[in-house]
Write a protein that binds this ligand. Structure first.
Ligand code: NAP
Length: 511
């Protein structure tokens, strides 16, 4: 039987279309930190000769997997089967460490029973195979000594959890991956669950299967090198979630605080049922060591309902939304809303006042959506005198009615009155950075708070500064909601400077 690898291999899939280019990719992958490479021979045009395979594999400094995936298993090779098997045989003779042989290739009749190590693979690009246990049984039966690999399409992150079930149930070295954005969790956590390997792309766009992070993302974003069986897991639930800055911020914070923890993106399609299914599946697996979740659009209300009003803080209940779930080691849940406190503290910090000093001050809130809701609740809690201005007046009226504020339409903005102006609309956000919700900053405005954080300095903030008012970017609110999440989850002071630098760096990379 093959040995379980001491450390899970970070396998870079090489997908160049000619041998010279693939050789360069191989060197690049090793330099970037790959601890194994997969040569996707089905990407090469034409299929390489034995001599070319020797050139490719000569002096390869890391273990290699030779794969020539046929179209029927999601690969690019569409020629005769005997040619495919011949090329794999030649790769074995050229020194490949493993040969990837699909489960539907009979063991007898192939020359692969001896020689290089075998990786028996099964792929399903439609979804989770109905009977994963039976597939594991077949993979174990066909070559008892081979490493098993199963890869299937994930519809939601609960499918990624099934890949972890597969790894835990495997008696022999295994790889189990859920493909697609929703399955990325199974790739990132492969090391925590003792997989033989996980696959990484060399660069964005060179993925050999959907959802593969790059080597750089594994190592620098998802803390690959420090992950082990004891790593605690956190994540952000949202849709969309791919461009969320939260994984970068929280992983940087965990690293700076020396914590054995990782934070992953979780794409859950809109809908209460989708959210509930995932949370149910997660809580059924306490061995995942899940400790916390950030929740963003469109699931904040679902989070409140799932956690239950009784387990949420007063502010979350008042706003009707939870953006932070804490999971105890025993599986108990707690819900918080850190948007509210983040907005308050960012505003009061910029104005140099205590929260209580908001009482009696006049505030104009532009917009009546989710961000406005948290801010209006906060301002009213501290007895500020709030007027909500919104494009859809009825929404402003409904929100105002709930929290005891006043309501107006956008046409009233030219007569806007308030010591504090808070923009909770996307007007001025990237790419329409020349827009501002106000033509001029009215006299008497002491502070302007734009909840937008991209760009960091909006036109509204430039107008406010020119008018002598305090100007506060949404970056502060965004940062503080993450800081407060970190502190709720860990009980430690958050490394704010590291988190701020990370946000600024992410924003510098553009949307
Ligand atoms: P939302 O729930 O969709 O609400 C958007 C609000 O903006 C609605 O009141 C909408 O008016 C109004 N609006 C949209 N387009 C408009 C336009 N072209 N002209 C005038 N009004 C317009 O969104 P949200 O979650 O509240 O987010 C709103 C803003 O807050 C975004 O810019 C976001 O970047 C920011 N935000 C920042 C943070 C942070 O941490 N800094 C957190 C959350 C949100 P109708 O009611 O008429 O549709």
């Amino acid at each position: 039987m093959t040995e379980r690898p001491e450390k899970t291999l970070l396998i870079c899939s090489l997908t160049a279309d000619n041998v010279a280019h693939m050789r360069r990719e191989l060197a690049e992958a090793v330099r970037a930190g790959a601890t194994a490479v997969e040569l996707r021979l089905d990407y090469l045009r034409p299929l390489p000769s034995p001599a070319y395979l020797k050139t490719l594999l000569a002096g390869c400094p890391v273990p290699s997997i030779a794969t020539c995936r046929p179209v029927r298993q999601g690969g690019l090779y569409d020629g005769p089967e005997d040619q495919r098997l011949k090329v794999l045989q030649a790769a074995a003779e050229a020194g490949a460490t493993w040969l990837d042989i699909e489960l539907d290739v009979p063991q007898r009749g192939t020359a692969f029973a001896k020689g290089p190590l075998l990786l028996r693979s099964y792929h399903d690009f439609q979804g989770v195979p109905r009977d994963l246990d039976a597939i594991r049984g077949s993979l174990e039966a066909v070559d008892s000594a081979a490493t098993k690999k199963v890869a299937f399409a994930a519809r939601g992150p609960e499918d990624a959890l099934k890949a972890m079930d597969f790894l835990r149930a495997s008696r022999q070295p295994a790889i189990a991956l859920a493909m697609g954005e929703a399955g990325v969790l199974s790739r990132i956590l492969a090391r925590k669950f003792g997989a033989m390997g996980t696959f990484a792309a060399l660069r964005p766009g060179s993925e050999s299967a959907p959802g593969q992070p790059t080597i750089e993302e594994f190592k620098n974003l998802y803390r690959w090198d420090s992950m082990d069986a004891a790593t605690k897991v956190f994540g952000v639930i949202g849709c969309p979630v791919a461009h969320s800055m939260s994984p970068a911020i929280h992983n940087a914070a965990f690293a700076a605080a020396g914590m054995n923890a990782v934070y992953v993106p979780l794409r859950i399609e809109p809908g209460r049922d989708n959210f509930f299914h995932f949370l149910d599946a997660l809580l059924q697996r306490p061995w995942m060591d899940w400790r916390g979740l950030s929740v963003t659009i469109p699931h904040k209300e679902n989070a409140l309902e799932y956690v239950g009003q009784a387990n949420c803080d007063d502010l979350a209940r008042k706003i009707g939304a939870v953006n932070t779930i804490t999971v105890s080691p025993g599986g108990e849940l707690r819900g918080d809303n850190t948007d509210y406190a983040a907005a308050l503290d960012a505003l009061c910090g910029a104005m140099g006042i205590a929260r209580e000093a908001l009482a009696g001050r006049t505030a104009a809130v532009l917009g009546a959506g989710g961000a406005a809701r948290a801010i209006v609740a906060a301002l009213r809690h501290y007895q500020a005198d709030v007027t909500i201005y919104n494009r859809t007046v009825s929404r402003a009226e409904a929100l105002a009615g709930e929290f005891g504020a006043k309501a107006a339409g956008l046409d009233a903005l030219n007569r806007v009155e308030g010591e504090i102006i808070i923009n909770c609309t996307p007007v001025g956000m990237h790419p329409k950075v020349d827009a501002s919700p106000l033509e001029n900053i009215p006299p008497g405005v002491k502070a302007a708070f734009d909840t937008i954080y991209n760009p960091i300095e909006t036109k509204l903030l430039r107008q406010a500064r020119a008018a002598g008012a305090v100007a506060l970017s949404g970056l502060e609110m965004f940062l503080l909601q993450g800081v407060k999440q970190f502190e709720i989850w860990t009980g430690k002071q958050a490394p704010r400077d590291v988190m701020r630098e990370t946000v600024v760096k992410c924003l510098g990379k553009g949307p």
